[in-house]
Design a protein around this ligand. Structure first.
Ligand code: SF4
Ligand code: SF4
Ligand code: SF4
Ligand code: FES
Length: 965
């Protein structure tokens, strides 16, 4: 089996002391007799490190601005008095620097003596032993004695803080270098830490002298990573000791696609260390990627294949062959009885590109139909439709780094600090540099009130009014003559533009006329439109608050219209950027998961395209699009859809109108679920095929920037097979042969059949680290920024976006509008994060409501609230919150028992059927007990756990247990 390691890992492991300068002017200096040329603005310390001359340092790190507090990095510079700190001294032409001599050695030893006289001498039992910068520097400077003794005033008894579930704070080891404080401010942008007091009394303090858990800290771990001692230390390292090897891989949570070094002891992950070479995260992370990996070895993992004839029966553990043959026989039997189109499957945005590709291939080639869909159906399918129509490609236009060139940033229906936290930190950095911010969101997200960031506009629009809002923005731009006429003339279709201009100029789209729909004061909207249109570079970032609407596709097109009208496409700092929720939403769409598109968005009805796939796959393909997920549910209830293969997706929890979905699941004769846990969908399954976590397999994920990142196996699959091997084995059992030896061979086939992937291979990924597609003859190293000179459709296409009010509107019976979203510590349906210590931050879904709405209903914080819509009823705890606007309530959907999707309806986007999660008319009243649905859910859950435990008891393969959901 191939085992790849990033060849550049060593280079990225080096800390150059201060950040790189981007100046194009060069300076040449001499350090210890070595001549070196560096960009102007480079510190002497970094220049030396680039020449492999290492100056000792304690308070410096190359991800933080130089601070100059420890003085250990002092050097001599010819012609200058004293011993300046090399980290804060910029390199200059002609400088002659000495980094080592007797005087400097003595100075450094003196400094170290002071540090060590107030430091516990327990190196041998310290968790940082072997990986401690203080220890290293003491060794480097040759410290041999501490003349001051250890009996003076010290901090050795300072109280420890173990409140954070993942790291400890032991102030007795703190050297007050402030790297943690600066990491929290500069890298993470949370400003949770300060140095309190002065001189000897200085100490690191979270919040207002609170514990870490009670402070503003979001547990990103940047401070832990920055700490040169064991003051801030991962509990996993304290318990297990220092890791002994590492493998670079990619986070399996959100669409930012952070890369990590999985730091290991044998096959046990000790720590996930954000990888500096990760081109999406540059060494930063959030709480999920860095700390929430324990689910991968959680006792709830199912590692044995299981079968049963009916969901009312106990499971039976069987061999892989038995399970696969059982599934194949059932699925073929259904096809014989009900016809070829009576089965289908669902791919997952949590799985790798290679796995997703294989699932859709199995459906098309072995099932013989196009009944394949993906969970992107319920999140970003409107992005695919809207961007393809207007810009010609179904993907975001930029790199994440591009935001550092944006002068105005509009965030629409997205919550980057919770859902895309590492990008959120980068965005905040740009805002602190002075970029203007416009947030369009019904709820006051954290970005609106971030330290040292002044929001220029929070447009608190009413749920369901997106298209009226975007049309009003465009109306201002056109009616005030703010459009980029040259860009439009050169890059856009004239006829479509003229039609759109005449449409958007109509007075009914003016902010004054739409104010009653959007709730946004006209003057404020005008001001926001002017900021967006007149900025040198203006960028739009959007999320599911745009797509998950009955007009999701119209809104995406409306956003693209704005970017085209203002010429904000085709260079750094601009663009249209969908923030993808799950790790591989982009990839699962690229890989041909949709029922109408083969990999690379090639339509199944195109004879030439199909012929290429037929020749490569050796099978005749159906030329008719298959069923979308909602159609699958409807067909199941109609009795025409009877079998399904569902890999890594939990439709029973994530899809709207739970009652409808569960009824559809119950009507299937064979549901095959491949997952790592017995998730909500698996409770309705007849075959359970154990999946592998991201740590157990090779493959690739494609993030929101179209960046293809390698996923590398760091431990053997607990169930013995990687997910692609399971799909391959199922295909073989069905009689359609697949014989790949490694996911790299699957990628080679993808590259052969997908024009935007032509030059992608594992070898190329090893060379380049990651690749942003398109990557082909025209762009052999990939395409960081799209649409530089032209669009794949030639010219940009303005689309008419008529506002049509959703059918979901508040009524006397349902006077509130419910909108849903995510929270930082949990991920999607929560199957992974609920099995980690992230539970301390969010152990239940709450209903947030405005104080006025709460008072009108006599609801107090923590009360049980019954939420009723025309689809169903559930009960949650109330959280009174002034983030909400009156009339709008909000919740998350991370816990199955909260039943958020019991109330969401099957209203959906007109073009793609993406559900309208963001607008549900509801009533909320104080109640005293769970809803009927919750009681039924609880009984069903208990029954299914008994069925699982029976299988385990009979097989003797694990202690019986009933787990909570
Ligand atoms: S974990 Fe992150 S947010 Fe918390 S104090 Fe450290 S740097 Fe700040
Ligand atoms: S906790 Fe660590 S990083 Fe922070 S000031 Fe103390 S030694 Fe420096
Ligand atoms: S920002 Fe997203 S990709 Fe990065 S560590 Fe967090 S969850 Fe993982
Ligand atoms: S490393 Fe330069 S002053 Fe601390």
């Amino acid at each position: 089996m191939l085992q790849y390691f990033d060849p550049k890992q060593q280079e990225y492991d080096k800390d150059f002391g201060t950040p790189a300068s981007v100046s194009e002017n060069l300076v040449t200096l001499e350090i210890d007799g070595v001549s070196i040329t560096v960009p102007e603005g480079t510190s002497v310390m970094r220049a030396a490190a680039l020449a492999d001359i290492n100056i000792p340092k304690l308070c410096a790190s190359d991800n933080l601005e130089a601070f100059g507090s420890c003085r250990i990095c002092a050097v001599e510079i010819e012609g200058r008095r004293g011993t300046p700190a090399s980290c804060t001294t910029p390199a200059e032409t002609g400088m002659k620097v000495t980094t080592q001599n007797k005087r400097l050695g003595k100075l450094r030893r003196n400094i170290m003596e002071l540090y060590i006289s107030d430091h516990p001498l327990d190196c041998l039992t310290c968790p940082a032993n072997g990986n401690c910068e203080l220890q290293d520097v003491a060794g480097e400077v040759g410290l041999r004695e501490v003349r001051y003794g250890f009996s003076g005033d010290n901090h050795l008894q300072a109280e420890k803080d173990h409140s954070n579930p993942y790291f400890s704070f032991d102030p007795s080891k703190c050297i007050v270098c402030s790297r943690c404080v600066r990491a929290c401010s500069e890298v993470q942008g949370t400003f949770a830490l300060t140095i309190d007091g002065r001189g000897f009394d200085s100490k690191v303090s979270p919040g207002q002298s609170e514990t870490f858990l009670d402070s503003e800290c979001v547990s990103c771990g940047a401070c832990v990573q920055a700490c040169p001692t064991s003051t801030l230390m991962e509990k996993s390292v304290i318990q297990a000791g220092q890791p002994e090897h590492s493998i670079v891989t990619t986070c399996a949570y959100c669409g930012v696609g952070c890369q990590f070094k999985a730091e290991m002891k044998g096959s046990e992950v000790i720590r996930m260390m954000p990888y500096k070479g990760g081109q999406a995260n540059h060494g930063h992370s959030c709480v999920k990627g860095r700390f929430a990996f324990g689910y991968a070895t959680h006792e709830d993992r199912i590692t044995k294949p299981m079968i049963r004839d009916s969901i009312d029966q106990p499971w039976q553990e069987v061999s892989w062959d038995e399970a696969l043959n059982f599934a194949a026989t059932k699925l073929r039997g259904i096809q014989e009885k009900y016809g070829r189109d009576s089965i289908g499957g669902i791919t997952s945005s949590r799985c790798t590109n290679e796995e997703t590709y294989l699932v859709q291939k199995l459906i098309r080639a072995a099932f013989g139909n196009n009944n394949t869909d993906t969970c992107a159906r319920v999140c970003h399918s409107p992005t695919g439709y809207g961007l393809k129509t207007t810009l010609g490609e179904s993907a975001g236009t930029q790199t994440f780094d591009s935001v550092m060139h944006a002068d105005a940033i509009m965030v629409i229906g997205a919550n980057p600090t919770d859902a895309h936290p590492v990008f959120g930190s980068l965005l905040k950095k740009r805002l602190r540099q002075g970029a203007k911010l416009i947030v369009a969101d019904p709820r006051r997200i954290d970005l609106v009130k971030t330290p040292h960031v002044e929001t220029h506009h929070h447009l608190s629009l009413r749920p369901g009014s997106n298209v009226a809002f975007v049309n009003a923005m465009a109306h201002v731009i056109i009616s005030e003559g703010l459009e980029d006429k040259a860009f439009i003339a050169e890059r856009c279709e004239t006829e479509a533009f003229l039609a759109w201009r005449s449409f958007i100029s109509e007075e009914r789209h003016s902010p004054e006329n739409t104010e009653s729909i959007t709730g946004i004061p006209a003057a404020e909207l005008r001001s926001a439109a002017r900021i967006y249109a007149t900025a040198k570079n203006a960028a739009i970032y959007y999320g599911l608050g745009v797509t998950e609407h009955s007009q999701g596709s119209s809104m995406v097109m409306g956003i693209a219209n704005l970017a085209l009208a203002t010429g904000n496409i085709g260079r750094e700092g601009v663009g249209v950027n969908p923030l993808r929720g799950q790790n591989n939403v982009q990839g699962s769409c690229d890989m041909g998961s949709f029922p109408h598109e083969l990999p690379g968005y090639q339509h199944v009805s195109d004879d030439i395209v199909r012929a290429r796939f037929e020749s490569a796959w050796g099978v005749k393909l159906d030329n008719e699009p298959g069923l979308r997920i909602p159609n699958m549910f409807d067909a199941a209830l109609d009795g025409t859809y009877k079998g399904m293969y569902c890999q890594g997706e939990d439709i029973a929890q994530s899809d709207p109108n739970t009652n409808h979905v569960h009824a559809a699941m119950r009507s299937l004769e064979c549901l095959v679920v491949q997952d790592i846990f017995l998730n909500e969908t698996a409770k309705f399954a007849h075959v359970f095929l154990p999946g592998s976590s991201f740590l157990e397999k090779d493959g690739t994920f494609t993030n929101a920037e179209r960046r293809i990142n390698r996923v590398r196996k760091v431990m053997p699959p607990l169930a013995g097979k990687q997910d692609w091997e399971v799909t391959q084995a199922l295909s073989n059992a069905l009689g359609y042969p697949m014989n790949y030896n490694h996911p790299s061979e699957i990628m080679d086939e993808i590259a052969q059949l997908t024009p935007t992937f032509t030059n992608v291979s594992y070898q190329r990924l090893e060379q380049l680290g990651s690749i942003q597609w398109p990557c082909n003859e025209a762009a052999p190293e990939g395409t960081p920024i799209m649409h530089l000179q032209s669009f794949p459709i030639g010219k940009g296409h303005f689309a008419i976006t008529e506002y049509v009010a959703t059918e979901e509107r508040s009524t006397r019976k349902y006077p509130l509008l419910l909108t849903t979203g995510r929270t930082l510590s949990q991920y999607n349906v929560g199957a992974q994060t609920r099995r980690t210590d992230n539970q301390v931050w969010h152990d239940d879904d709450l209903l947030e409501l405005h104080p006025q709405d709460a008072e009108d209903r006599g609801i107090k914080d923590g009360d049980w609230v019954g939420i009723t819509s025309r689809a169903g009823e559930t009960v949650m705890l109330a959280k009174i919150s002034d983030r909400m606007q009156p009339g709008v309530v909000y919740t998350t959907f991370h816990h199955p028992h909260s039943g958020a999707n019991v109330v969401t309806t099957d209203n959906s986007d007109w073009a793609t059927n993406c559900p309208e999660y963001k607008v549900t008319a509801v009533q909320a009243v104080k109640v005293t007990e769970p809803s009927d649905w919750q009681q039924r859910y609880h009984e069903f859950h208990q029954q299914q756990m008994i069925h699982l435990n029976t299988a385990r008891q009979e097989a003797g393969s694990g202690k019986p247990k009933v787990t909570g959901e």
